[in-house]
Design a protein around this ligand. Structure first.
Ligand SMILES: Cc1cc2nc3c(=O)[nH]c(=O)nc-3n(C[C@H](O)[C@H](O)[C@H](O)COP(=O)(O)OP(=O)(O)OC[C@H]3O[C@@H](n4cnc5c(N)ncnc54)[C@H](O)[C@@H]3O)c2cc1C
Ligand code: FES
Length: 343
């Protein structure tokens, strides 16, 4: 039985459009499935970039307390397109980008195949779907986990393939409901929902610049996907690729283990790691750099920063520090920066 669909009119500074939105979809997902690039980042209620004004009609708000809205937004009646489903035909005013990523998101089921521990709190999870796993390196998917409210965003760590293989590097969050389920209750063969791909921090092929990849903590997954794509494609032959990874303590650093499985064909891959917690570093006898990962990038690249294309992912304080340093201190043009903040 097909679900009910509603017509949603979207007014933006570039003009008006209409989409057909499935009643089970949020307005954001409905728009993206129609190829309309409503502005967004996290698809998880955290960043606020999908804010809209409801001009006509009714919506159901799936997570009224979502942190992406400020008290001022709430006073003005603003809503989040990633958290609202249409319950009638409606009309909204929202920001729309010039173009949507090339692959439209779709839903499927995946079966859990297994996981490999990378650190005491982080593992690479493997799933398989029927049909191809189609996404760009650096993108993410929304996973629906049984009994958990809201879906969780996880970035793929592998590359697109015809065999339906999906991999995700996931960090356990103390007390987290989603990661608690994934690490403690998910069993081999269990099926979960996967909707994707989403995200704007995908690997660009339209320039010849050398590449800087930066990850902090759980931000490793999408940059591993990008490095796997770069090292297996002749398209990037001759490029230098700097890979920076920062963790709290030495036991968080697992990049060597991941990178040694790669065979860089024609690219020069240079890896730098740092830990930020001085006490953990001392305890473990860490002799490498002790600083935040953006400081490591600055010490290594300094004034050369504007020469590179940047991809970075991780917790908001880390991505904001990198963005500030690159744009304000070193004048890297904004269109050379591609990032996901993991709310
Ligand atoms: C774009 C993006 C990509 C990400 N990629 C990765 C990755 O590759 N690896 C990784 O380890 N982490 C990643 N994360 C973080 C991940 O999505 C989770 O936030 C994290 O794993 C903690 O989840 P939890 O359920 O354990 O914690 P919890 O504290 O239980 O939940 C945290 C998150 O779940 C969502 N949430 C909570 N309650 C609700 C609700 N009622 N309705 C809707 N949503 C709700 C919110 O987004 C919240 O921030 C990514 C986040 C984003 C935004
Ligand atoms: S995309 Fe909706 S709050 Fe981030």
């Amino acid at each position: 039985m097909s679900a009910e669909r509603y017509r949603v009119g979207i007014s933006s500074s570039d003009g008006d459009g209409v989409i057909d939105c499935d009643a089970t979809d949020t307005l954001l997902r409905g728009a993206l499935r129609n190829g309309v690039a409503l502005s967004y980042e996290c698809n998880s209620g955290g960043c606020g970039s999908c804010k809209f004004d409801l001009l006509e009609g009714e919506v159901e708000n799936l997570w009224p307390e979502a942190p992406g809205l400020s008290p001022r937004d709430r006073r003005k009646g603003r809503l989040l397109a990633c958290q609202c489903r249409p319950i009638s035909d409606c009309r909204i005013k929202a920001r729309v980008e010039a173009s949507a990523p090339p692959i439209r998101p779709s839903r499927r089921e995946v079966a859990f195949v297994g996981r490999k521990a990378l650190t005491p709190g982080m593992a690479e999870f493997r799933f398989v779907s029927e049909g191809a796993a189609d996404f760009l390196p650096g993108q993410f998917a929304m996973l629906s986990l049984p009994g958990i409210d809201g879906e969780r965003a996880y970035s793929m760590s592998n590359t697109a393939n015809e065999d339906g293989h999906w991999r995700f590097i996931i960090k356990r969050m103390p007390g987290g409901k989603g990661t608690g389920f994934l690490f403690d209750r998910l069993g081999t063969g269990d099926r979960i929902g996967l909707d994707g791909p989403y995200g704007n921090a995908w690997l660009r092929e339209d320039n010849e610049r050398d590449i800087v990849l930066i990850a902090g903590g759980s931000g490793l997954s999408p940059v591993v996907s990008i490095v796997r794509a770069i090292t297996s494609s002749e398209r990037f032959s001759g490029r230098k690729v700097y890979f920076f990874y920062g963790g709290r303590g030495p036991q968080d650093i697992c990049t060597e283990r991941i990178l040694k499985t790669l065979e860089p064909s024609g690219v020069e891959l240079i890896c730098h790691t740092a830990v930020s917690d001085a006490a953990l570093a001392r305890e473990a006898g860490w002799e490498g750099p002790r600083c935040f990962v953006h400081e490591l990038v600055e010490q290594t690249l300094g004034d050369r920063m504007p020469e590179f294309e940047f991809y970075f992912c991780g917790p908001p304080p880390m991505t904001e520090a990198v963005q500030r340093m690159a744009m304000i201190d070193y004048r890297v043009p904004f269109d050379q920066l591609h990032f996901d903040r993991f709310f």
